[in-house]
Design a protein. Structure first.
Length: 184
């Protein structure tokens, strides 16, 4: 059975990392006899430059068909730092998460014995740490409204609303409980 991996490099350093990661994935697949088909599509800043949309319809269609996604992380650069922009590269990732109902970002925390001496923390509490942080990514400041900044007679003001929907909270909790059920 062949697995389809959608490679969405994005921009900046993340694009380089994603493309090299795709090469490694292809080599590992070949070495261990896995059939992996990699398809690359535009997202983020390069997609905006090409068609004005950080998540073009054909990229979303590929992501829906794919068995897995390989995303390039990173920042879009100084060109995209103006908060007044109506189209921003990060909107593509936010929309991708929403469209595919991806509710959780998994962040494992493990300490390798060889690295204990390099930690700024005391070694005793770190022994045996094996933790998985589950971050809900379907809501919060990514989707909060209202948001913005403005000038008043008393200085600059800003608002950034953190808003969560039940669907996102339930999705994040479901992932957390399923992972906990399978833990040691």
């Amino acid at each position: 059975m062949q697995a389809l991996v959608a490679v969405l490099p994005g921009e900046g350093d993340g694009a380089e990392v994603a493309l090299q990661s795709a090469r490694v994935l292809a080599a590992v697949g070949q070495r261990f006899g896995h059939e992996i088909r990699l398809e690359t599509a535009l997202s983020g800043a390069p997609a905006i430059d090409a068609c004005g949309d950080p998540l073009p319809p054909e990229t979303l269609a590929l992501a829906r068909r794919a068995d897995a996604l390989l995303l390039g992380g990173g920042t879009a650069g100084p060109r995209w730092e103006d908060p007044r922009l109506t189209v921003h590269p990060a909107q593509g990732l936010v929309r991708l998460r929403r469209e595919l109902k991806l509710y959780a970002n998994l962040r494992p925390v493990r300490l390798f014995p060889e690295l204990v001496s390099l930690s700024s923390l005391k070694p005793d509490p770190l022994q045996g740490v094996d933790l998985l942080l589950v971050r809900e990514v379907g809501g919060g400041v990514y989707f909060g409204r209202p948001h913005g900044q403005w000038q008043t007679t008393r200085g600059r003001r800003a608002v950034e609303t953190t808003s969560y929907k039940g669907e996102g909270i339930e999705g994040g909790l479901r992932v957390s409980f399923e992972l906990a059920r399978g833990a040691r």
